[in-house]
Design a protein around this ligand. Structure first.
Ligand SMILES: O=P(O)(O)OC[C@H]1O[C@](O)(CO)[C@@H](O)[C@@H]1O
Length: 547
């Protein structure tokens, strides 16, 4: 590709140069390995000075009895189990999940088996027997791992095409047809499920304050919602790029969204085809429609990428690139994380550690929900994104041997410290049916922008304090938690987070012996909806005949 502008270029992570304020130097602690999430140290120090054993107001279940109450032992557990990815600046603290050594030993052979499954998957095994397809989202960030050169080239060429197209749209080389002096200013993304959640999460997390193109989403068949999005665009409909995303190319909600938008274009006297872009599988209904109608562009969705793991395919990369997000950095972060997750030593494999914690916390049967609490506004949609990734993958009626297991792991969450003033009350004192994942971001603001709103205290210090305080208060009442810490929210760290959870889901599915890569339950709902619509048509026909 001739010219790749900033959003597609690869550069070294700004996190490398990060020096957050008021951080404890790791060198000051002889117990620490070279890099430790420095603010986490503050929290451990805080726990050492607190007598956690006096906080418990709920009788201990046998499992809760494993919760480490001695602050010094908790500290040792933290040091022993802390996972650090130095290049990514990512830390995983599982010390507040109280799995025992016996549990760990008993899971080790199953984890080794899961690693073999993942290896087979990456080599191109048919991992979705229902649909007879491979599951290759890992190849998207490391095309060399693709099982053959045809697939490798497909991935590389698509990435080049995305960068090239985004470059031309942003630079104004490709112009809106009825606006020859201007350039495209808006994206209207039409898609649902995996064809919306990743792009929504990434837009919220990474889009700059003034992106080259602003993005809006139609992700439902709610007429009022659709009207609202179109009304908000107003005259800018003329400079809107409409990206219709559907792997299957036949999802009814997405089709309806497309028909509604096409009508809005007709009403405004605009030629939709010249502003329409399709992301879908080759020869799908959507692909054929876009080809026959001569849409502005078409990008492929591969059959070996599932909707919920499609963020690093054209589904996520094209909208991100158009918003000025460095997609090569996202891919680099994901590739680094994938590499870490190929480590067969469990302690050094963050996805395996996560899967192990989920299994312990939910008894391997989903008995507890996963509450995801990012303490960063821009990560607000992470839990919503994870909801599909985790629940559509793990929520299965049968295991791989055909036994009825009704597996799953429920995910919900919003953000800290906002939720402190909503449902944390119940988490601390109410029904004990969850474990928490805290997502901590060390960087408060870009360097040079912070200020002290009280002597010695910034706004970000409050956020940090709320996270540490909530975690300690929950732990004091036998509520377990995992903490994931990143230096800052960058394309690289977001790519790494996505890859971390994708792999953890794959490993967990293997631990509980289910197929993570199909969604038969969703099909049942779609079929039932089709029957309702068919019935409505018959009723209308009868009424029309009668009148
Ligand atoms: O991209 P498509 O084919 O429109 O599907 C959208 C979503 O529908 C599902 O197939 C079922 O809800 C999801 O797995 C998928 O992400």
């Amino acid at each position: 590709m001739a010219s790749i502008s900033g959003f597609c270029s690869s550069s070294s992570s700004p996190a490398a140069a990060l020096k957050p304020r008021r951080l404890i130097s790791p060198q000051k602690s002889p117990l620490l390995r070279p890099i430790v999430a420095p603010r986490t140290l503050v929290s451990v120090a805080r726990d050492i000075s607190a007598d956690l054993s006096t906080n418990s107001s709920i009788p201990l279940s046998p499992k809760s009895a494993a919760i480490e109450k001695d602050p010094v032992n908790l500290w040792r557990r933290y040091v022993e189990w802390l996972y650090q990815h130095k290049e990514l600046g990512l830390y995983l603290d599982v010390s507040r999940i109280s799995f025992t050594d016996e549990f760990f030993d008993s899971m080790e052979p199953r984890l080794q088996k899961a690693f073999l499954h993942m290896k087979e998957l990456e080599k191109g095994a048919i991992a979705n027997p229902d649909e007879g397809r491979m599951v290759g989202h890992y190849w998207l960030r490391n095309p060399k791992m693709a099982p053959n050169s045809f697939l490798r080239l497909q991935i590389e060429n698509t990435l080049e095409a995305i960068c090239d197209f985004a470059d031309k749209i942003i630079s104004g080389q490709i112009k809106p047809p009825s606006f020859p002096e201007g350039r495209f200013t808006q994206i209207l993304s039409v898609g649902i499920g995996g064809s919306a959640l990743g792009p929504q999460f990434v837009a919220e997390a990474l889009a700059p304050d003034n992106p080259p193109l602003k993005i809006r989403f139609i992700d439902n068949t709610d007429p009022a919602g659709i009207d609202h999005q179109i009304a908000q665009l107003g005259p800018e409909l003329a400079s809107t790029l409409v990206i219709v995303i559907s792997k299957s190319g036949g999802t009814p909600e997405t089709r309806n969204g497309l028909l509604e938008v096409q009508k809005a274009f007709r009403d405004a006297g605009l030629d939709f085809a010249k502003q329409g872009v399709a992301i879908t599988q080759q020869n799908s209904l959507l692909d054929n429609t876009a080809r026959i109608e001569g849409w502005l562009a078409r990008f492929p969705m591969f059959d070996w990428v599932g909707g919920r793991t499609s963020e690093m395919s054209a589904v996520g990369l094209l909208p991100a690139a158009l918003q000025g997000i460095d997609i090569r950095e996202m891919l680099a972060g994901a590739a680094l994380m994938d590499e870490a997750n190929r480590n067969t030593e469990v302690k050094n494999n963050p996805a395996a550690l996560l899967a192990l914690c989920w299994y312990w916390a939910s008894d391997g049967v989903g008995s507890k929900d996963m509450v995801v609490l990012p303490y960063k506004d821009s990560l607000l949609l992470f839990s919503r994104y994870l909801q599909q990734l985790v629940m559509e993958s793990l929520g299965k009626e049968f295991d791989l041997d055909g036994n009825r297991v009704n597996q799953g792991l429920s995910v919900y969450g919003n953000k800290g410290s906002t939720d402190q003033h909503a449902y944390i009350q119940q988490l601390r004192e109410g029904v004990h049916n969850f474990f928490v994942t805290f997502i901590e971001v060390l960087r408060d603001r870009p360097p040079g922008h912070d200020w002290e709103l009280e002597p010695g205290v910034t706004c970000g210090d409050y956020l940090f304090g709320m996270l540490q305080g909530t975690r300690s208060a929950l732990y004091g009442n036998n509520r377990e938690s995992i903490s994931v810490t990143v230096q800052e929210v960058t394309p690289r760290s977001v790519g790494a987070l996505i890859a971390l959870y994708e792999r953890a889901v794959g490993i967990y599915a293997s631990l509980v012996n289910i197929n993570a890569y199909h969604q038969p339950g969703v099909e049942a709902g779609k079929k039932a909806a089709g029957e309702v619509l068919a019935l409505q048509k018959r009723v209308l026909a009868v009424l029309n005949e009668a009148s």
